[in-house]
Structures are given as C-alpha cells and as structure tokens.
Design a protein around this ligand. Sequence first.
Ligand SMILES: [Zn+2]
Length: 233
Amino acid sequence: MKTLVFETPNKPIVIDQKMPEINDTEVLIRTRTVGICHSDYELLAGRYIIPISYPVTPGHEWCGEIVEVGKSVRNYKVGDRVVGECVVRTPERLHHFGFSMNGADREYFNVNPDWLHKLPDGVDDNRGALIEPFTCGFYAVLRSGGKNASETVVVIRGDFSDEDRVEGVAVDVDCLVDRVLAGCTEFNSAGGVDGEVPAGADGGVVDVSLDRGDREGPADLDRGGRSIGGFQR
Ligand SMILES: [Zn+2]
C-alpha cells in the first residue's frame, strides 16, 4: 500500500509498505479523505510544537472506513465510516496522531477504536475530515464562555494555508458551523468566504478572537472583546 512519509524535515516521499495487521483490540481503517493542516507544514519544516522523531507519516484530519475488526472489539463493524481524535493515549504516553505517531496519510492503518467517532450518513467524507479542525475552534468558543452561540461573533485568524496571508473572518457561530459543514476551509481577509461577506462581519463587533496565540489580536478587540489564543494546542 502507498504511504506518505516525511523521511526527514523537508523530505516528503511516497513509499510502498506492507499492509498493517490488527490485534484483537484494534480496527483496520481504509483512508477515504485526509486534510492538510498548517501544522503539517510545520511538521514538514521540522518545527512542530513538540519534538518529533522522523520518519513520520502525517495526517490528523481524516475520514476513513473500517475494513476489519479485532475479535474483542464491540460497537464497531466493517463498513462504519469514522473520524479520529488527534490527541490520543497509548499505554506508553500521550501522542499527537500524525505527529509523534504515524497518521492517516496512508491507504490503511490500524487504530484503537477508543480514539474513533462514527460518522452519520448525512456527513460526507470531505466534511468528516474537517471535523477535527472544526472542533479546535468550537472548543475555543466553549472556553471563551460564549454560551449563546447564535449571538457570539468570533474572529478566526491564523496561517491556515499561506505564511504570507493573515486570514480573518467575523461570523456568528451558527454561520461558522454552516460554512465548515459546507466544506469551507479558507476564510479570506475581507471577512468573507470566496468574496462573500458573512452575516455579522460588517457590524464591527468582535467578542472573541480565536487565533494561534502567536499574533496580536485584531484592533476590533479594543472595544472590549477577549482574545483566546493558542486554540490549536
Ligand atoms: Zn490540524
């Protein structure tokens, strides 16, 4: 099977590997979709937020299908579509899936089913792969105390796809959910997606800024909003 490997920093290669085998407590996943996160660029460049041993296979935003189930696994069956958590515990230590341990950028991989979540039929493979990045932002919204999601305005900033571009957008949380579920991954600096200005963006009220924690908050926060940094960690 084909596997993407970052052999050393700045050296991505695709290799042929033998199929993984599962033990009684694991399931075998066939990868369907995998996102590319800015953290993957950092992993490739050799500057991820925790020390990494290379070679490593990236891929922490993914959707897959179970193709084999270990004898003692309950709750999952062949054919289930699943997504996985990105911070997982093994008997040895806490891991970052796709960073400190091999991730989903390979055709098949074996995992502990405790790390998985079943996908409902209404969520397609592409949207499924976006659930992991969405939950990072959603967790930050919860941490900010933004209980009234329909009224809270957020600003998302950060290097989602390009070092040279600061991307920001002001949307209400319901709007954000809709956009993520619609498969949107990029938010432009004009406050919209693909040139469209979202509801709430032109009101100028910013309650919460969600960012990577390594930038100044937007000027709008001078009006009394809060900055919640480092949500990706
Ligand atoms: Zn990520």
